[in-house]
Ligand binder design. Structure first.
Ligand SMILES: Nc1nc2c(ncn2[C@@H]2O[C@H](COP(=O)(O)OP(=O)(O)O)[C@@H](O)[C@H]2O)c(=O)[nH]1
Ligand SMILES: *[C@@H]1O[C@H](CO)[C@@H](O)[C@H](O)[C@H]1NC(C)=O
Ligand SMILES: *[C@@H]1O[C@H](CO)[C@@H](O)[C@H](O)[C@H]1NC(C)=O
Ligand SMILES: *[C@@H]1O[C@H](CO)[C@@H](O)[C@H](O)[C@H]1NC(C)=O
Ligand SMILES: *[C@@H]1O[C@H](CO)[C@@H](O)[C@H](O)[C@H]1NC(C)=O
Ligand SMILES: [Mg+2]
Length: 446
């Protein structure tokens, strides 16, 4: 612990390409790290002992924050992904948003929106709208580190709003690009950032605990969290239940958010030795101060390569990769390497997201859009047909009569919706029906 604090302080004054400095935390504010101080609180709470709930509360619009030390390649990766989103935007119109936020469509299981496209064709829709997650490039650590200000408020506020953190770790070697602690060491870099998140949470938790309005369940959970943080453990290490998470939800605790490590490797390592890079990334994970292999995940990216060739078509990319000695005969396998595809798939996996579809069965005069919607298995007891109606339109929910439901893979086997209906494949369900991944839903309303 002390070693890491020293490293943060050492790193604090080194300027980066952005002209920013890495924040320095002043551990003095949190005095010493007391271990086991709140042991009695642990005992007072009746906590589940075995099952890992991995509970979390998701916002409607799923935001994923890119964080990491300066110069690790966050903006390069962000731009590569955003560029690809824009290139595909003629198919998937997006609303305009802030420059550091980009939507990324969530692929069907097969990465090419094939299910959505097939459903749209079957429904004779003119629009096929995928569901998006939103990637946020969380602009570095603040200026003014020399004044010991720690992480800037804006940085913290932005990350607190995210549902998941993508932690970019530099694994590429390039002597032209300054590294904040002057050597490439992915494990200690990641530990530095993780410790910053822990310290930011600790300061916030202690501020809240000082307030007498913080009582009951909230206080109990925060004391538990404080204890974990003081031991250098993130809040997510506590396996909090959904009720416990809800009690401290408004805090937006950084170390409670699931994390995907994105190891940014050299173009050559990425293209020629992807499996090896993936293996090494896994080894790095194991060496971190804290890593939960069940909830934290990792991926290998090549920010520079992705930004250089990301906007090319799949075929052109394959040609390019072949020209530098890498071979991907199967474009489907190749596309799975890229963050544009891989990242939302990882997010889907880590947040346990599913997709449901609307559009097929709707008379064409009423809608020409087939749309994918995010299904979050963490929304309390699951999303019902009635909830989905509410997402579509208030009137549709108000006038809800019944829902017609069929699995997308089943429906795709038919030429059109009425053919599936005639074959008796479409079920009738009520308001309370809990949607499952891959459902195609037609809501009848008056
Ligand atoms: N060689 C190499 N350079 C990279 C890679 N990723 C980023 N860079 C360079 O590192 C510098 C900082 O990258 P940037 O994305 O701005 O880092 P950020 O501070 O994390 O946003 C830029 O000059 C990038 O071109 C990479 O994978 N390989
Ligand atoms: C959380 O769960 C993991 C295993 O799933 C266990 O190893 C760990 O001790 C648990 N942590 C707490 C604080 O209960
Ligand atoms: C991949 O990396 C491993 C270990 O770093 C090395 O032994 C192997 O030769 C590499 N393979 C290629 C194709 O470069
Ligand atoms: C993805 O879909 C397009 C048509 O929309 C098709 O041309 C391309 O071959 C598909 N790619 C894969 C990998 O299936
Ligand atoms: C639906 O498909 C069936 C064949 O599977 C066809 O006979 C019928 O005309 C189609 N209906 C419409 C409205 O296209
Ligand atoms: Mg940047």
């Amino acid at each position: 612990m002390i070693a890491f604090l020293t490293m943060i302080c050492m790193a604090a004054s080194i300027p980066t390409s952005d002209g920013m400095s890495l924040s320095a935390f002043t551990p003095a504010t949190s005095t010493s790290f007391t271990f086991g101080l709140y042991q009695h609180t642990l005992m007072k709470l009746h906590r589940p002992t075995t099952t890992k709930t991995n509970a979390r509360v998701l916002s409607m619009k799923i935001k994923v924050g890119l964080i990491g030390l300066p110069n690790v390649g966050k903006s390069t990766l962000f731009n590569a992904v955003a560029q690809k989103s824009i290139a595909e935007a003629r198919n998937f119109p997006f609303c305009t948003i802030e420059p550091n936020v980009t939507p990324i469509p969530i692929p069907d299981d097969d990465t090419n929106h094939t299910t959505l496209k097939k459903l749209a064709t079957l429904a004779k829709s003119t629009n096929a709208l995928p569901s998006n997650i939103f990637l946020v490039d969380v602009a570095g650590l603040v200026k003014g580190a020399s004044k010991g200000e720690g992480l800037g408020n804006k940085f913290l506020a932005t990350v607190r709003e995210c549902d998941l953190i993508v932690h970019v770790v530099r694994s590429y070697i390039d002597d032209d690009i300054i590294h904040v602690s002057e050597k490439i060491d992915p494990v200690s870099d990641a530990d530095i950032v993780n410790l910053e998140l822990i310290l930011a949470d600790l300061a916030q938790v202690q501020r809240r605990l000082d307030n007498s309005a913080c009582d009951g369940m909230e206080r109990c959970v925060l004391l538990l969290v404080e204890n974990a943080l003081e031991n250098g453990l993130p809040a997510r290490s506590l396996n909090l239940s959904i009720e416990e998470v809800n009690a401290v939800k408004s805090m937006g605790l950084l170390s409670l958010k699931p994390m995907i490590y994105a190891f940014n490797v050299d173009e050559v390592d990425f293209a020629l030795n992807w499996s090896e890079s993936m293996y090494l990334a896994g080894e790095c994970m194991k060496q971190l101060q804290y890593c939960d292999m069940d909830t934290d995940s990792c991926m290998v990216v090549s920010a520079k390569l992705e930004s250089d060739i990301g906007a090319l078509s799949s075929e052109q990319r394959c040609e390019y990769l072949e020209s530098i000695g890498a071979e991907f005969r199967d474009p489907a396998a190749e596309s799975r390497l890229w963050s544009y595809h891989n990242l939302p798939l990882r997010v889907k996996e880590v947040l346990h997201l599913g997709l449901v579809y609307t559009g097929p069965g709707v008379p064409p005069e009423r809608s020409r859009t087939t749309k994918a919607h995010i299904l979050s298995s963490f929304s309390n007891n699951g999303m019902t047909a009635f909830d989905l109606a509410g997402k579509l339109h208030g009137d549709i929910q108000k006038g809800f009569i019944r829902a017609e439901v069929i699995q997308s893979q089943d429906l795709i086997g038919y030429e059109n919706y009425s053919a599936a209906k005639e074959d008796g494949r479409i079920r009738t369900e009520g308001k309370e029906y809990v949607l499952t991944n891959g459902d195609v839903v037609l809501i009848k309303w008056r």
